[in-house]
Design a protein around this ligand. Structure first.
Ligand SMILES: [Zn+2]
Length: 344
């Protein structure tokens, strides 16, 4: 078998429950708006993202399309696919769900794509070189150390992630294409801050730490070693567990539109946000969506307080006014507010 980078199995990741849950929620309902992962180096932040993406069923994509349009969703096709469809039946291929890395030094052209103005002027032909956002369509865009990225690039990523469309405009020329992806940003809070306005635009924020307990640390090392010595064998061992998670995600995506959101849960969500003094309504919206995705994951007919409680910290900890980056303090504040609210 050729040597290529095989992803570590998702189900073999030790601990990191909150991060795994946040990724599952984003995979079930990308409209929760991305995941921010805080933590030390070497805690396997990108491992978990790659593991999740490789566990997802391959997607059908229109052959030859730079954006990997979904043949089943005509309303979301790019211009090329629309034009092609007029000329005959489109063919499709199976592709793995993409995980695209956005390197820190990436220029705006590399991210959004580049319009060749010269060619447009001389030949009158619109020429567009798709960027990283095009490649991330229908998958994940991973930004390591997002807090070191220039603010205007982060802003741009958040805009496109929210709208699902990338629009490039230069000198009166414009190109637009679908770009629906889950934005995953990792960061070490000690190495530069994200502006509160940017923090608030991420759906969920989770904290990943080096495991504190001895048995857990040993298990992490044991599994990593087993994987590196025999990636194929290790993956085979964990495949049944991964397959079960895959089945749950596929079922949860299909079930999601039918999960009810009772008024009582919305009421609790709003109360919690008021208690914590979060600005705007993003907190409530994220709480609601994340609770619904979690309910769907569990096959529940309606979201309830237990779902709300479990998503409260990841949905709100980065929206608190004071110490937005002091994870420990923020988490404690959210937990205290949850305990008070649900005890009442
Ligand atoms: Zn297309």
């Amino acid at each position: 078998m050729p040597h290529y980078s095989r992803a570590f199995p998702f189900s073999a990741i030790v601990g990191q429950d909150e991060m795994k849950l946040a990724l599952l929620i984003a995979a079930i309902d990308p409209s929760v708006g991305g995941v921010l992962v805080f933590g030390d180096r070497g805690t396997g932040k990108s491992t978990a993202v790659r593991a999740l993406a490789s566990l997802l069923p391959p997607m059908r994509a229109i052959s030859g399309c730079s954006y990997g349009c979904d043949p089943a969703v005509e309303s979301a096709w790019c211009e090329d696919c629309r034009t092609q469809a007029l000329q005959g039946a489109l063919e499709s291929v199976a592709r793995p769900v993409p995980v695209i890395d956005l390197p820190l030094g990436a220029t705006e052209d590399r991210v959004v794509g580049a319009l060749d103005l010269e060619r447009a002027l001389t030949s009158g032909e619109k020429s567009f070189e798709p960027g990283l956002l095009a490649r991330a369509h229908r998958g994940f865009l991973y930004v390591d150390e997002v807090n070191l990225l220039e603010d205007h690039i982060v802003d741009l990523l958040l805009d496109v992630a929210a709208s699902g469309e990338n629009v490039v405009e230069r000198e009166g020329l414009s190109v637009r294409h679908p770009a629906r992806f889950v934005l995953i940003g990792s960061g070490n809070p000690e190495e530069g801050e994200l502006r509160p306005q940017l923090l608030d635009r991420f759906g969920l924020a989770v904290d990943v730490r080096t495991p504190a307990g001895l048995p857990e640390r040993i298990e992490v090392v044991r599994r990593r070693d087993a994987f590196e010595r025999d990636p194929a064998g290790f993956s085979t061992t964990w495949e049944p567990a991964d397959a079960e998670i895959r089945r749950q995600i596929v079922a949860a995506r299909a079930w999601l539109p039918r999960v009810e959101m009772p008024d009582s849960v919305l009421h609790r969500a709003a109360e919690l946000c008021m208690k914590l003094g979060t600005d705007g309504l993003r907190g409530e919206l994220t709480l609601m969506r994340a609770a619904r995705a979690l309910a769907s994951l569990e096959g529940a007919t309606a979201a309830d307080d237990s779902h709300l409680r479990r998503v409260a910290a990841p949905a709100l900890r980065h929206r608190l006014r004071r110490n937005p980056l002091d994870e420990a303090v923020s988490t404690t504040r959210v937990e205290r507010a949850v305990a008070e609210l649900f005890a009442a």
